[in-house]
Write a protein that binds this ligand. Sequence first.
Ligand code: AMP
Length: 333
Amino acid sequence: METILSGMRPTGKLHLGNYLGAGINYVKMQETNNCFYFIADYHALTTHTKSSELSSSISNVLAEYLAIGVDPNKATIYIQSHVPQIPELYLLLNMFAYKGELEKCVTFKEKARKEGQTLNAGLLTYPVLMAADILIHRATKVPVGEDQQQHIEMARNFAQRFNHYYDAEIFPMPVAVSNDENLIRVPSLQGTGKMSKSDAGDSAIYLVDDKDSIIKKVKRAKTDSGPTEPNQTKPIEIENLFYLMELVSSKETYDHFDKAYNECNIRYGDFKTQLGEDMNNFIAPIRERYTALVNDRNYLLNVVKEGGEKARESAQKTIDLVRNVVGLNSMNS
Ligand code: AMP
C-alpha cells in the first residue's frame, strides 16, 4: 500500500481540468492506497483571496471532492490549515530551497510577468509549501495535472537535500502520477492555454455548471472556417476541442467527427452540439451529488474534523522524526 497525497486550491469552482487532470485519479487510487486529499487553503492566500470568498470556496471544494466520489471512509480528507505540522515543515524545508531555483520555476515566472512589483514571497516559495504538503505524510505518489510536474521535481530536490544533509532517509522521493501515460493538460475552450479557474468567463467548464451554460460555452468556443484539404492538420483550437471530445465522448462519436474532419465535411455546429451534450452527460451525476451535499454543513464539518485528526496524527509522526534529525528535540522533557 502506497501513500498518496494531492490537493486543490479553494480559489473558485473546480473545472473539468481539475477533475480529469487529477480528481478522477483521487477516486481510483483511494481503493488500494493510503490516500490523503486536502483543500489547499494556505496556497489560495498567495493570490490574496477575499476572506468571505475563501471560506465559501473551502466548503464548496470539499463538497466537490465528495461529489466526484472521494470517499471519507477510504481516504483522509482535510483542510491544509488544520494541520500545523505543514507550516513547520515548510519552514524547515525553506533552508533547502535555493532562491535561484525558485525564481526559475515556470509558474513563478508566469506570475511574475503578470503581476510585476506586487509579487509576494508566498508565491516564490509556493513549491516549498507544496513539498511540505507531500513530504509531511512521506507520500510516494502525487496525482496531479501536467502543470504541477515541475513542482514535484522540486519537492524531490528538497527532500533529497534534506536527507543528504542529515544523512537520514526521512523522506521518500515522490513522483507525479496520472491515469494516462503522460500527465494530462485539459485545454481552455478559448483555443489557447489550459483550462483554469482564474480565466473567468467561457474558457472553463465547471463541474457544477448547468446544461444551458455548458452548451452555450461550447457553442462560443473558437473554431475556424473548416478544413480545405483531406487529412489536414487540425489548428490548435480545433485540436483542443477534439481532445475534449476524446475525454468526455464515446470512441464512436470521436471517430465519427474525426472522419468528417478528415473528409472535409465536418459541420462545426453539429460537432459542438454533440460535445456540449456529452460534456453535460459526463458532468450531470457530479452536479447532482454536489447539489445534494453542499448545504449539509454538519456532514461536511464532520468529514474534515475526522480527516483533520487523522492527517495531524500522520503529520506528527514525520515532524517527530524531522525535529530529531535536525536537532530541535534536545531540550524536550
Ligand atoms: P489548482 O486548481 O491549481 O489547485 O489545481 C488542482 C489540480 O488540478 C492540480 O493537480 C492541477 O495539476 C490540476 N489541474 C488544474 N488545471 C488543469 C488542467 N487544465 N488540466 C489538467 N489538470 C489541471
